[in-house]
Design a protein around this ligand. Structure first.
Ligand code: ARG
Length: 466
């Protein structure tokens, strides 16, 4: 079969070249956007008198027929089609006859693949924003439920200070909040329409790029035709956003794996989000959390792949750029699935609050709080630090808790300390007192929850599918 571009050629492509050259195997994912873009283009051509209204109507009707056939799975594309743009155009000509040959007036596949790509990605980004917001809602619910529940705060994976579980949830809330903000920022910047840039330099025909941009829901047309066909920054920004967000998911997934271990036993992940072992009958493994931790690798790979493709490419379009799609699609699929899996797993996980309490009761999590208590008695912090250090050493020798030390023992460390001076050093009292802005106290967690709710409520609705 002759290609749509084969006028100046004397030989057909080798079959192996056809296969190597073709992007139809993966870019057919964008067939809806390709047809939407063509309809907007021909609407503009007709409004500008470049094609007649009747020609415009025939082309649009043909494109809608083809859309129906592809959606119904009746259209089989092969390497002969080369890419989705030519696949659809060739079928349009077969469907409506010679008038179909007017569709590709004043455009090129260089701008066409870009308008498809941007529309496709905007659609997927709206879905991802929905999923991030859904995850944030679940986090807020959990934070509320566990605003008062005390747990162990770690640094260096060592018991550090008592914190509330709601506080932990709100820490993750902030990470996903930044993911949302980053994605919105990327979305706003990429919301420009490259259609009409043509091959690289625009056209001599009287097109109206502002009209096609508006018809396709873009904020405006892109500014420079050459940049329009060679820019993949928006994909790179998206892949960076995806990489950072996947990193966040993998960090929490790692905590889930630990919390779920026999040693921690802080949580019980729902059976429906775990798997068993083919040999060890007792096993219930946190495979979803581990897979989430692993999936981040492919998304980092997707980012590296496209950064490397783009490196050193001269202006304007180069065929290298066709390699922009598979990694992008992979990142879209992986991020979307990971967000859904994580949100559901979190929602279905039980937090074993009694078991958590048993863990922190034994240790010295509130040592810093006691030192700060001494500071309030006008003891310099360095001295207070040393005094509590001696109290901890004594407890370790005696195998007891800080609250078990007698007045005589306390006075032996420093005459300024007694049980009365120590006052209430329960974990609850310590956590409640950590009420500095951004601190772990339940009242502070509740303030953070309110700020989080207000953030979600104020998000620009046009960026959402739902
Ligand atoms: N399939 C191509 C891509 O995805 C479309 C643009 C091809 N342009 C060209 N001049 N060969 O990049």
């Amino acid at each position: 079969m002759a290609n749509l571009w084969s006028g100046r050629f004397e030989k057909e492509m080798d079959q192996i070249v056809k296969e190597f050259n073709a992007s139809i195997g993966f870019d057919q994912r964008m067939y809806q956007e390709d047809i939407d873009g063509s309809i907007a283009h021909v609407t503009m051509l007709s409004a500008q008198g470049i094609v007649t209204e009747e020609e415009g109507r025939q082309i649009i009707a043909g494109l809608e027929t083809i859309r129906g056939q592809i959606a119904a799975g009746e259209m089989v594309f092969t390497a002969e089609d080369e890419d989705i743009h030519m696949g659809i155009e060739a079928r349009l000509i077969a469907e409506v006859g010679a008038v179909g040959k007017k569709l590709h007036t004043a455009r090129s596949r260089n701008d066409q693949c870009q308008v498809d790509g941007r529309m496709y990605l905007k659609k997927e980004m709206r879905e991802i924003l929905d999923r991030l917001c859904h995850l944030e809602m679940i986090i807020l619910q959990k934070a509320e439920q566990y605003a008062d529940c005390i747990t162990v705060g770690f640094t260096h994976v060592q018991h550090a200070q008592p914190i509330t579980l709601g506080f932990v949830f709100m820490a993750y809330f902030q990470m996903f909040r930044r993911d949302i903000e980053r994605l919105l920022d990327t979305y706003e910047r990429m919301d420009l329409c490259p259609l009409g840039a043509c091959a690289l330099a625009g056209t001599t025909l009287p097109i109206d790029r502002h009209q096609t941009a508006a018809l396709l829901g873009f904020a405006a047309p892109t500014e420079n035709a050459m940049d329009s066909v060679s820019d993949r920054d928006y994909s790179l920004e998206f892949l960076s956003d995806a990489s950072i967000s996947m990193m966040h998911l993998s960090r929490w997934a790692e905590e889930f794996v630990w919390w779920n271990s026999q040693e921690f036993s802080f949580i019980d992940i729902d059976d429906s989000y775990c798997t068993g072992s083919s040999i060890m009958p007792q096993k219930k493994n946190p495979d979803m959390a581990e897979l989430l931790r692993g999936k981040v690798g492919r998304v980092y790979g997707d980012l590296m792949q496209l950064l490397t493709v783009m490196k050193g490419t001269p202006l304007a379009y180069n065929k290298d750029f066709q390699e922009d799609k598979e990694s992008l699609f992979d990142a879209v699929d992986t991020w979307k699935a990971s967000l859904a899996i994580f949100a559901n797993m979190l929602e279905k996980t039980t937090f074993k609050t009694e078991r958590i309490a048993a863990q922190f009761a034994k240790g010295f999590l509130h040592a810093t709080d006691i030192a700060e208590h001494f500071v309030k008695q006008n003891i310099p912090f360095r001295e207070a630090h040393a005094m509590v250090g001696c109290m901890v050493k004594l407890c370790e020798q005696r195998g007891c808790a800080l609250t078990d030390l007698t007045d005589a023992e306390l006075a032996g460390i420093d005459p300024r300390i007694s049980k009365a001076v120590l006052g209430d050093i329960s974990m609850e009292a310590c956590v409640t007192a950590r009420a500095s802005f951004g601190g772990t106290a339940p009242c502070e967690v509740r303030r953070q929850i309110e700020t989080g709710r207000a953030f979600l409520a104020a998000l620009p609705r046009h960026c959402y599918n739902k």
